[in-house]
Design a binder for this molecule. Structure first.
Ligand code: AMP
Ligand code: MN
Ligand code: MN
Ligand code: MN
Length: 284
């Protein structure tokens, strides 16, 4: 695909399949993205690139431009950050080893989450979450959330994350994910670009957020998600300014997980503001 203005390209560079906590297979997401008018797509499962070859071949069959993607969980100070990696070599051994290490704590955490929930009278949560996830190394809070909704304990996934599974609420277990330096090194070492995902979601003071972004850049991070399903219109403006001030490229992605749960569909976001450089500007 060749376009003179990359802003006019409907790029969706953040979404999840059944390989992490989404409910559609990589091939079904490819189809949905294509039907929704997406022109450049990346599948970014949490800490896992096992869906990349299915995604790439499904996209190829549809005539949809594809770039590789992943979303890495990072512990930074007291917060969990998400770093999206784009356009890397999926055969890179250090990246795969790093992702394997990052997700390997999920099974143990899920057992502990199940025990915590048992203490507040919720039985069978570990087994229930596992039945949604399939693979114990990929069990996420989203799978527990689906179980709590299935059991009628919460009305929807949003309700779950207000009352369970978050710091100070039942079912929360602290995790030690990758470091920011590791995540950026794995992505950059595999030839990819590290993108700070949905910055509006982190509970950091303005000062802490500046320190975090400066560290991200110093370590080799090069882009920030400005237009994401996690941001409000005022956050689009706030992070446009941030990208300009820090000289970061900008990315755009729905963070689509599933039909009922995600409020933003694939390809349905507004375009990036003209003032920003799309992270995909030289990938078309
Ligand atoms: P984990 O990586 O297991 O800690 O799970 C994190 C995932 O939980 C995220 O990727 C989202 O899919 C989901 N999640 C976290 N917070 C919320 C929220 N407030 N509403 C809906 N989903 C959420
Ligand atoms: Mn998720
Ligand atoms: Mn995320
Ligand atoms: Mn995501």
């Amino acid at each position: 695909m060749h376009r003179s203005d990359p802003h006019a390209v409907n790029a969706d560079l953040h979404c999840h399949s059944t390989v992490s906590d989404g409910t559609l297979s990589p091939a079904d997401i490819a189809k949905r993205a294509f039907d929704n008018g997406v022109e450049l797509w990346a599948l970014t499962d949490h800490d896992e690139i096992g869906g990349q070859s299915e995604a790439a071949s499904a996209a190829k069959n549809l005539g949809l431009a594809y770039i590789t993607g992943v979303e890495i969980s990072v512990s930074w100070a007291t917060e969990t950050l998400h770093i999206v990696g784009l356009n890397f070599d999926p055969a890179d051994a250090a990246l795969e080893a790093g992702l394997h290490k990052t997700r390997s704590g999920r099974a143990r955490r899920a057992e502990q989450m199940g025990e915590h929930l048992k203490k507040v009278g919720i039985e069978g949560a570990f087994e229930g979450a596992l039945s949604y996830a399939g693979n114990p190394n990929l069990v996420s809070r989203t799978h527990f959330a689906r179980f709590l909704v299935e059991k009628g304990i919460c009305s929807d996934v949003h309700d779950v994350f207000s009352n369970y599974l978050v710091a100070g609420k039942p079912g929360y277990v602290e995790m030690q994910w990758a470091t920011l330096a590791e995540a950026i090194e794995w992505i950059s070492g595999a030839g990819g670009v590290a993108v700070l995902a949905h910055p509006g979601r982190y509970r950091l003071s303005a000062l802490e957020a500046d320190v975090m972004v400066e560290e991200f850049i110093k370590l080799g991070g090069r882009a920030v998600e400005v237009i994401t399903g996690s941001h409000s219109a005022s956050q689009y403006r706030k992070y446009t300014t941030l990208a300009q001030e820090f000289g970061l490229m900008a990315s755009r992605g729905s963070d689509f997980h599933s039909l009922g749960e995600s409020h933003t569909d694939l390809g349905a976001l507004p375009p990036l503001p003209d003032a920003l450089t799309p992270v995909w500007h030289n990938w078309l």
